[in-house]
Design a protein around this ligand. Sequence first.
Ligand SMILES: Cc1cc2nc3c(=O)[nH]c(=O)nc-3n(C[C@H](O)[C@H](O)[C@H](O)COP(=O)(O)OP(=O)(O)OC[C@H]3O[C@@H](n4cnc5c(N)ncnc54)[C@H](O)[C@@H]3O)c2cc1C
Length: 395
Amino acid sequence: MADGNADIVVIGGGVNGTSIAMHLSRMGAGKVLLLEKGHLAGGASGRSGAMVREHYLHPTLVRMAMEASRIFHNFGDAVGGDARFIETGRALFFGERDEAAARANVEMNRELGVDIHTLTPPELAELVPQANLEGIVLGVYEPTSGYADPVATTYAYANRAREFGAEIVTECAVTELLTQGGRVIGVNTERGTIEADAVVVATGPWINQLAAPLGESLPISPIRVQMVHLRRPPSLESLNTNIIDYTTGAYFRVDSGYGTLIGGEDSDDLTEVVNPDGFGLNADHNTITRFWDRAKMRFPDFSAATQRGGYGSLYDMTPDGNPILDSSSNVDGLYWAVGFSGHGFKLSPVVGRMVAEFVMHGESADHPIYEFRASRFAEGDLLEADHPYEGRRHQ
Ligand SMILES: Cc1cc2nc3c(=O)[nH]c(=O)nc-3n(C[C@H](O)[C@H](O)[C@H](O)COP(=O)(O)OP(=O)(O)OC[C@H]3O[C@@H](n4cnc5c(N)ncnc54)[C@H](O)[C@@H]3O)c2cc1C
């Protein structure tokens, strides 16, 4: 790629950057150019659990997740291509500590139209007979939840973006955001300069490498998280529901071929701040053991599972665990879509539309994008739940 120009440059080829590029080009934003330093889905997106759910703890996020879930259930028509969405249902296990919050959140979700309901422990045992439910006082079930293939999803957005006229260039890192007189005028890349009227930065945990030189340090920490892969023993082969155990922070995501991916979302699991350019890509031995112990505690038959290793990846964590969707406070024409804090996969079809509308019209049509403004942290007006679950940074 030599020097050139575009109406809008999108930086970052994850689910959110590609979705934004697709929506911008679909909405007729002119020449849209997406630049990715590695390959598409090479960041958090490609290593995502990619679970799709509607249950959220804040009404704005519930509404966004409901719309996104409808899109994943109907991806071929709504986007085009195949996100390989599989409906598994999703069962949540709660101990006494979070029972009241869970009941309040289920009520709020149901009022907004989410198909979700509570279960007594005997009803939960019927749904997940393999589980040891000691200490569980309440179950919650969302039958239409599931998971998709995050790589296929990213490529589907990218393919659609190209069909709408966008250009996508990989292996091309942006090295600098160019400004003049308080406006963005383009980007420098390792392969030349691109002039542009607007730039959308969707670089996840790498955001401050580009923002900081402009004097804008966004409150986003690159946190290393790990995922452990177990091949279920025959007695657990029928465990085809995604499970979130709020007593330990463990989550169990069904994987193809009788596998289960186990992640951790206890506060203690989200403490390892790292350099996004150099962090452990494989799971640590002690994490594999710890997550496997959590699995055995809840599903004793996991003791006969085959351990198949695991991997490390990154959350781009904000202080309230929700993204920043905003324009820069210093530079006109510059936009941020970052800080998805470990739950940005499922929201991507809606975030793409919201950000594209914001760039083109200064507002998002159906969802209050101002709730995701960067200044909320300084203002102390965080996007927080009325009924949070204890011990979690990520709701
Ligand atoms: C283990 C794990 C499990 C998860 N599970 C779920 C889940 O079940 N459900 C859910 O909804 N979410 C989940 N998430 C979160 C979700 O995957 C992310 O929020 C989402 O993928 C973020 O996408 P993104 O496009 O914002 O960022 P990324 O995928 O990180 O993409 C950013 C891209 O920007 C590129 N880039 C960076 N700097 C530059 C530069 N200077 N020039 C050019 N390109 C650059 C990077 O190479 C990268 O490809 C999970 C995340 C992880 C890590």
